[in-house]
Design a protein around this ligand. Structure first.
Ligand code: NOJ
Ligand code: CA
Length: 712
């Protein structure tokens, strides 16, 4: 123990007084904390002797009262160790080890009547988490945060995978540049969105993924974002220092606090292997265990939906045309349908039939409720009531029909970002769901927030998202929130939060396209915080096949769409294309039918952000494994190991491969399906097409027939 926690008295150098040192359990990380001559809290972090975070200052700037930035002395330090294995309700692995050494420093400002805060550091084998704690005390009760001043002083001009910092959206393409190039690329990075508020020419979002010239992979994010505003990073591009930059509220304040309270964890994941970033559970480990006593109602979901046809422009959410509503008519039965309304009873039944036939869990229906004509771009307070269907959508009949086929209905609540209106209706809306057989909801927050002036990532909104999730739990409802704040591991504590969007999803393939490297980056960025409802599975890669006016195309091969079910972890996965298209490719659709969405274990086989990812996973409670390999715009050969298979046994692997001449831009739909025998010693060299991938299912179905297959 003495080696773990050292206290150095470096008074001689004048800078560091009483430096506290903490090592990670494997000793690869060393954290040093001290207060500088002026009493400024300062930390630094080394990984394998490399100074990943150079001396960086910490503190909170406050409004109305003296700030918590300097004048501190260390009045107490506590150290401890923790090692526990826990099981998530749904996840990438059955068992997660939470192993860290902890240092809690109490800092006192003598000149502020002994006002004290704490900084809690947890050092894991995969990185660091720390947070500010504000204990209840006479001289600190209510206060307002002007800015959090947490620095991350980097050790070089790293290559960064970044999104423009924005108070309202993460639906941007990732830029890949050195940090010194951010300023010059910012303008190009800020592409139009329904609601957006970029804040600085060097503002960045988290999770921010970086790679240093000496080969370290560094990821900065936050964990357990509760009752606090979202952290962005502002880059000082002369000195390569990132500094926290919180999302303000409508009047410019950045946090309303009452002690006892604490900030979310600030997280720094580091490794010399890219695959370790994908495997890290640090963000989840820093979240609280769930307090839900009964979690039996929380289930993974594979679903289809009346959705892609609207996204492509083939159909509409609205029942009628916009003009009718603008004339003031509100009785929809008196309006002329536009003939393109997809959420009608007969059509929804087709989706239910398809889900039942292929044993998919649920059917999402968007555009089922009145109001769509009266919404977008109008920034109106009261648009949706979440309980009134259009005249052609028979809630009761569809409930009966779906139940008779063993299929669940998935509700859709587009809040129109009128959050006050949503909260006003929330109980009634959830009750309506329970009464009509819906056990999950996709919610959405498109457009500028009402109350006007609030931002999607402010404290008030963050509290709202969590309110909607906890209220949903009261009704045993699972949540998939789009355009909400990007996740920070809260699905550990609130496991009914199945997934979020909070990044550029597949929908953008229909709005001009996602870059071919997009999904080789997201697992290193957005997914570090939690699962994404990415909505893969698009087989008809030419959008014009659905809507002649839309010339977008999907920037992947068909097979890469399959691989995404493994590489983009989520316990909620959509088969996003139309049944009519799947019916033309039932052999390839078989992979989507088979693939698990909840796992016993995951194996990060090879990865490089922006280039390629190969992941194998074992299905929860089954001797079945699924592998996804993806590449960017470059053709590549994936090296696929099978050493996680039980030794001495032979399995049948079904390989869904890109066709020999496949490519995402010229020949995306070409694929070949083959079967081979594999065991734990097999190694497969699998070619991937430009923008392509490979998907493999492994089962125990060895029979006289399969025994004849080639062994690899
Ligand atoms: C944006 C969501 O991401 C998309 O999935 C949804 O269909 C639309 N909003 C409409 O609510
Ligand atoms: Ca969206």
């Amino acid at each position: 123990m003495r080696k773990l926690f050292l206290t150095l008295s470096l008074v001689t150098c004048g800078l560091f007084v009483n430096a506290q040192i903490l090592q990670s359990p494997d000793k690869h990380f060393i954290l040093q904390f001290n207060v500088s001559g002026k009493g400024v809290p300062t930390y630094q972090l080394t990984y394998k002797n490399i100074a990943v975070i150079k001396p960086s200052t910490m503190g909170i700037e406050t409004k109305d009262i003296a700030s918590m930035l300097d004048g501190f002395t260390i009045s107490d330090t506590q150290t401890s160790s923790f090692d526990e294995t826990w099981s998530p309700v749904l996840g990438e692995q059955k068992n997660i080890r939470n192993h860290y050494n902890e240092l809690v420093v109490t800092l006192t400002q003598k000149e502020q009547k002994d006002r004290a805060i704490k900084i809690r550091f947890r050092l894991f084998n995969d990185g660091l988490g720390f947070r500010y704690e504000f204990p209840s005390q006479k001289n600190l009760n209510y206060f307002i945060i002007k800015e959090e001043k947490t620095q991350f002083a980097l050790h070089g001009d790293h290559k960064a995978f970044w999104l423009p910092g924005d108070y309202d959206t993460q639906e941007y393409s990732t830029m890949t540049t050195n940090l010194s190039e951010v300023r010059g690329k910012m303008k190009a990075a800020v592409t139009p969105n329904a609601s957006q508020t970029p804040f600085s020419p060097t503002g960045l979002q988290t999770p921010l993924m970086m790679k240093s010239k000496d080969g370290l992979y560094i990821n900065i994010h936050e964990a357990a974002l509760v009752d606090y505003s979202t952290m962005h990073l502002n880059l000082d591009d002369k000195n390569m220092i990132l500094e926290s930059f919180l999302t303000p509220d409508a009047v410019g304040d950045k946090g309303y606090m009452q002690t006892p309270h604490h900030s979310p964890w600030r997280t720094i994941i580091v490794s010399d292997k890219a695959t370790d970033i994908l495997a890290s559970k640090l963000v989840l480990n820093l979240n609280e265990p769930t307090k839900f006593e009964d979690v039996s109602w929380i289930k993974p979901i594979k679903y289809v939906g009346v959705w892609w046809e609207m996204i492509t422009g083939k159909s509409t959410w609205a029942y009628t045309d916009v003009e009718s509503i603008q004339l003031g008519v509100t009785d929809y039965t008196k309006l002329k349908p536009n003939g393109k309304h997809a959420a009608n009873t007969a059509h929804v039944k087709e989706y239910i039939d398809f889900a039942a036939e292929h044993k998919l869990d649920a059917v999402l229906v968007e555009g089922w409720n009145v109001g769509w004509e009266d919404w977008f771009g109008k920034t109106k307070d009261y648009v949706f009531d979440f309980v009134t269907p259009y005249p052609d959508f028979d809630v009761k009949e569809l409930h009966r029909y779906a139940a008779s086929k063993g299929v669940k209905m998935m509700m859709h609540h587009e809040t129109s970002s009128s959050v006050r209106n949503y909260e006003r209706h929330l109980d009634t809306a959830y009750k309506f769901m329970v009464a009509n057989g819906y056990n999950s909801v996709k919610s959405g927050y498109v457009g500028d927030i009402i109350p006007r002036g609030e931002y999607h990532y402010g404290q008030w909104l963050n509290n709202h998202y969590l309110y909607a999730i906890t209220k949903a739990a009261d009704y045993k409802i699972m949540v998939n929130a789009h355009e909400a704040v990007r996740p920070t591991g809260l699905n550990r504590t609130y496991p009914n939060l199945l997934a979020n969007e909070s990044a550029r999803g597949t929908e953008y393939e229909s709005f001009g396209g996602n870059n071919a490297d997009h999904t080789t980056i997201l697992p290193f960025t957005r997914l570090v915080g939690g699962p994404m409802d990415y909505t893969p599975g698009i087989f008809q890669t030419k959008i014009s096949a659905y809507n002649p006016d839309n010339d977008s195309f999907v920037h992947t091969t068909l097979v890469k769409q399959l691989a995404l079910y493994v590489t983009m972890y989520s316990p909620l996965q959509m088969a996003a294309d139309l049944p009519e298209t799947y019916n033309k490719h039932l052999d390839a659709f078989q992979f989507i039918k088979d693939v698990a969405v909840d796992w016993d274990d995951s194996y990060m086989l090879e990865a490089e952000p922006g280039d390629y990812i190969t992941i194998a996973r074992k299905a929860k409670g089954k001797n079945e494994w699924y592998i996804g390999a993806i590449t960017d715009e470059n053709a590549r050969t994936a090296t696929i190991r099978f050493d996680y298979l039980p030794k001495g046994k032979t399995y049948v692997a079904t390989i869904y491969a890109d066709g020999k001449t496949a490519s995402y831009d010229k020949n995306p739909q070409s694929y070949a399906i083959s079967k081979v025998l594999v065991n734990s010693k097999s190694v497969l060299k699998q070619p991937l097409a430009p923008g392509g991938g490979a998907a493999i299912s492994i089962k125990e179905e060895v029979s006289a027939e399969t025994k004849k297959l080639k062994k690899i």
